[in-house]
Design a binder for this molecule. Sequence first.
Ligand SMILES: Nc1ncnc2c1ncn2[C@@H]1O[C@H](COP(=O)(O)OP(=O)(O)OP(=O)(O)O)[C@@H](O)[C@H]1O
Ligand SMILES: [Mg+2]
Length: 233
Amino acid sequence: MSDPVLRLEGLRKVYNPGTPQEQEVLRGINLSLARGELTALIGPSGSGKSTLLNVIGLLDSPSAGELYLMGRPTRDLNDEARTRLRNEAIGFVFQFHHLISAFSVLDNVLMPLMIRHGKPSTADVRLAEQLLAQVGLEGYAGKRAGQLSGGQQQRVAIARALITRPPLLLADEPTGNLDTRTAEQVFELFREINREFGCAVLVVTHDPRLSANCRRSIELVDGHIVRDTGTTP
Ligand SMILES: Nc1ncnc2c1ncn2[C@@H]1O[C@H](COP(=O)(O)OP(=O)(O)OP(=O)(O)O)[C@@H](O)[C@H]1O
Ligand SMILES: [Mg+2]
């Protein structure tokens, strides 16, 4: 059996430790995600979903416990190694897409590769165009990102998150600011990507209809997992 993409052991997160504002937001999370698993993360506002995603995405450090990405423990990594692992292993999609509106759609998608190694190669451009076609934006490569609709921009953000071919895609309420129909289309896209690229997807959503479409859903309440519809062996 290959290592799971992600494994969390007794993960805890305390904000403002040792101050009157101290708050334990993640209270011992154990979780494993297999390669290619599509999982919804649900739970009330303030339950710790974004905190968990940020910790998993190596944007924030846990206060205790261990996080394994592709079987590698991450606790003792220095900043440089964490950044490298994040760039290699993880794609992010946020509620607000954070595209650079004055740049072309193509350049936005290529940005993670340009940050990594400068000028994109012909193969990079070909992959970006392929991903744009995949998200239904064939013919949009040369347009300025700011000229696209909200749903189109979110699809550009998804293509951008996939350009590095990450084994794990994290999405924090990616459909939160979209209308119902567009949200369903974006979610359908996650399912397709999951099927075709085989990357594990962990997606935070408030919409029970969207989470009902995932094979697995995990519910977080007060920093605890209170329900998990399918556990990875
Ligand atoms: N950077 C921070 N510093 C201190 N406290 C924080 C920080 N980020 C979040 N919190 C607190 O941690 C708790 C969990 O927040 P989090 O953003 O993880 O919740 P959430 O489940 O994503 O909520 P929502 O559904 O509203 O997005 C909240 O009480 C919040 O106030
Ligand atoms: Mg949140």
